[in-house]
Design a protein around this ligand. Structure first.
Ligand code: BGC
Length: 752
């Protein structure tokens, strides 16, 4: 430590002497301070004034969530915050525990699965704008999100933080989020780049897959966030890819991110994702966070000096084992991030918990809740002549904005589903609540006590009470599913299986026996098995929807909002119907797992057949398919038309389809376009999503929806050529209300 401090001092002197400081212009501002000058000029000017030690200081953390600025030059610190769904409460300098501030309660927005389920880029823009304003008000420079890892298996404990199984859907949705967020002078940090598709063994899983699967499935949403969204930072993930940790992986961070995509922002490590100085230096990482996750474990006076990109890097430079070119590049990338955020003098002030943000959370939730099933039109509830609603289930009262890992929040208000239903129906009906089941109760999260929901009754006592409440109710609303506890929807652990925990299947079956008008609201960020699905009248997919959860659920149940969400991932009937489980390796190569190897290889043998691509290929019948979601009205699709049946390599075809609201209530429909390649040199999925539009229609109203298709929509990635290829031949355009509800199709040809 002493050695490096004195070495650092020597380097400070050395490089300060070498620095040529230009004269102060007449404006009184130095070039790097002058926001009228081009960004690159300011970055190189600032860099030219910095010593080696100052450059080192800005490329690693100085606390749990901040990195140092350059105090001598008035360049401020950089402050990061989780997470994708709201602004994390302040934590202690070196610890995950909350700092106990009283001004850091936020609005919790719906989890990103719910955002993806809106299939509405306008909702993504509203989300980015709102969360950006909250981040800005809390003086944060970098928001650690959004997450766009592809949903490969329903067991991944972190799927709720991502945007589903389809690269096209995730790509379209991530762009407006990033753009609107960054208008606040707050950087998006798109995560977790790349291939962090499970939480089980997330630091030691060594993913391998074909380049085709990498480019067609796992990278597109990251590319879109960077190239189309203009993301200012990217978070490198924990896992390994082809033998190298992602934070130190030059194929991912240099060849693809920088060279192919032209990324000019900063690559930030996931917290504790760096393992080696040499590899981090050459591998393309810019900013190291979270090594030894309490910041102090190395037993040094200041463990941050021991970070891989701190004193050990200085030592390499001092010994001549690393040149300063890489350091300059890293410092420039971090400076660019600082100028765009902390040093941005034009950024707005932001706002916290404004009525607009609360309304945005409710609106996004209302558009994202998915009506999976609605027999006999039981929803929306018709209360005429009805007096009693039984609400059953732990998730009706359990706060869901807390837990689940780094996305856990401290909210100003969270309206529980029970409270939301009481507010909406309390005047016209008796609302009777029974717990029904009890999940495991955690006592605290990040040092804060959790709501005490302990209940010592046995399963048969709880069931008996719930059944008696359900028996004489007009409607039963069961609110269950998963929660944010470990091994459910929670960071760092995966689920043990597809089934619901805590005996909920048994309970729902008992309830359905005594009351056919049972509506199940499944709260989860993942697909779950529903062995009772045929016995209940309606099922809603309720996600984790944040501060306005109860109000948004009541909006849908009452019909104040007509459901319009569509599934962003498949609900498989069985785990074996998922490509990763049927064909690929999970949670790692079985032999290596048995041997207890330090890092465990995992080959994605299912390749490009992820989600509905596999379900279509294997011809399985999902419980609910990708893109599925009902409404309280009905839509009729006309015969699709095309302005041509043929396109050349540089041409395009415009398709149109008329959609009419044939019901009695206004509603929104998402028209989905899938493309099928009828014959190809490489195997292709039976169909792939290549367009979607969400439209609103009054009763009887008809609109024409158009899609333009060019070679990008027809291409596959050819590994051997390292290029996208649009192969001439016959294609089919399929127009549907879900991936399994195709209402019309047209064939067309791509010609040379
Ligand atoms: C998570 C990241 C998060 C970071 C900081 C890590 O454990 O994987 O998503 O942003 O912690 O909390």
């Amino acid at each position: 430590m002493k050695l490096f401090s004195s070495m650092a001092a020597a380097l400070v002197l050395m490089s300060a002497a070498a620095v040529s400081v230009s004269a102060r212009p007449s404006s009184g501002l130095l070039p790097y301070q002058d926001s009228a000058l081009p960004l690159e000029e300011r970055v190189s000017d600032a860099l030219s004034r910095m010593t080696t030690a100052e450059k080192i200081a800005i490329i690693h953390a100085q606390s749990k969530f901040s990195s140092a600025g350059v105090p001598r030059l008035g360049i401020p610190e950089l402050w990061c915050t989780d997470g994708p769904h709201g602004i994390r409460p302040e934590v202690l300098w070196d610890e995950w525990n909350q700092a106990g501030w009283t001004n850091d309660s936020c609005t919790a927005f719906p989890a990103l699965t719910c955002l993806a389920a809106t299939w509405n880029p306008e909702m993504a823009a509203l989300y980015g704008k709102s969360i950006g304003e909250e981040a800005r008000y809390r003086e944060k420079d970098v928001l650690l999100g959004p997450g766009v890892n592809i949903y490969r298996t329903p067991l991944n404990g972190r799927n709720f933080e991502y945007m589903g199984e389809d690269p096209f859907l995730a790509s379209v949705m991530v762009v407006p989020y990033v753009r609107e967020l960054q208008k606040n002078g707050v950087a998006a940090c798109v995560k977790h780049y790349a291939l962090n598709n499970q939480e089980s063994r997330r630091h030691t899983t060594d993913v391998d897959l074909s380049d085709r699967a990498l480019y067609e499935i796992y990278l597109p949403a990251f590319r879109a966030a960077v190239q189309d969204g203009g993301a200012w930072s990217v978070m490198a993930s924990y896992n390994l890819y082809k033998g190298r940790h992602a934070c130190q992986n030059s194929r991912l961070l240099k060849d693809i991110l920088r060279d192919e995509w032209g990324f000019d922002g900063a690559v930030i490590s996931d917290w504790g994702g760096v393992h080696d100085t040499g590899q981090a230096v050459t591998g393309g990482l810019d900013l190291e966070f979270g090594s030894w996750t309490n910041g102090l474990s190395e037993g040094k006076k200041n463990a941050y000096d021991s970070y891989y990109l701190a004193d050990p890097y200085l030592k390499l430079i001092a010994e001549g084992k690393a040149d300063t070119k890489e350091l300059d590049a890293k410092a420039a990338n971090v400076l660019r991030l600082m100028f765009r955020t902390a040093m941005n003098t034009d950024k707005p002030f932001g706002s916290l918990n404004s009525p607009e943000h609360v309304a945005a959370a409710r609106r996004i939730a209302g558009e994202g809740i998915v009506l999976l099933k609605n027999d006999r039109g039981v929803l929306p509830l018709d209360m005429r002549g009805k007096k009693k609603i039984a609400v059953i289930g732990e998730n009706a009262i359990k706060p869901m904005t807390v837990g689940g890992g780094s996305s856990s929040l401290k909210v100003r208000e969270e309206v529980s589903p029970l409270e939301g239903l009481r507010r909406r129906f309390g005047k016209e009906a008796d609302i009777v609540y029974a717990r029904g089941y009890v999940g495991e109760q955690l006592k605290e999260h990040d040092g804060m006590a959790l709501l005490d929901l302990t209940d010592s009754r046995t399963e048969s006592e709880l069931t008996a009470e719930a059944v008696s409440v359900a028996r004489d109710a007009d409607y039963v609303i069961f609110i269950g599913g998963l929660n944010k506890n470990p091994h459910q929807d929670c960071e760092d652990t995966d689920r043990a299986g597809l089934g619901l925990p805590y005996g909920q299947d048994r309970l729902i079956a008992e309830l359905a026996k005594v009351n056919p008008d049972i509506i199940v609201v499944n709260i989860s960020g993942n697909a779950v098995a529903m062995p009772w699905v045929g016995d209940v009248a309606a099922v809603l997919q309720g996600w984790y929807i944040g501060s306005e959860a109860g109000n948004a659920i009541a909006d849908i149940i009452s019909g104040d909002v007509v459901p319009s969400g569509k599934l962003p991932f498949t609900f498989p009937a069985r785990l074996e119907d998922v490509g990763a489980h049927a064909l690929g390796e999970y949670p790692g190569n079985a032999e290596a797992l048995k041997l207890g190897a330090d890092t465990v290889p995992e080959y994605y043998s299912e390749d490009i057949f992820v989600g509905y691509r596999y379900a279509d290929k294997a011809r399985t019948a999902p419980l609910f398919p990708f893109g599925h979601g009902l409404s309280y009205t009905t839509f009729a699709y006309g015969k699709p038309e095309a302005d041509s049946r043929q396109l050349g390599a540089d041409g395009s075809i415009t398709f149109s389809v008329k959609v009419k609201n044939t019901g009695r209530t206004a509603g929104k429909e998402t028209v989905q376009l899938y493309i099928a390649d009828k014959k190809s040199s490489l195997p292709r999925p039976p169909k792939e999503l290549k367009g979607f539009r969400k439209i609103e229609l009054a009763p009887g109203e008809e609109k024409v929806v158009t899609f333009t298709v060019g070679k990008d929509e027809l291409s596959y990635y050819d590994d051997s050529k390292h290029a996208w290829v649009a192969e001439p031949g016959t294609f089919e355009a399929l127009f549907g209300s879900s991936s399994r509800d195709i209402r019309g199709s047209l064939t067309f040809r791509l010609v040379d």
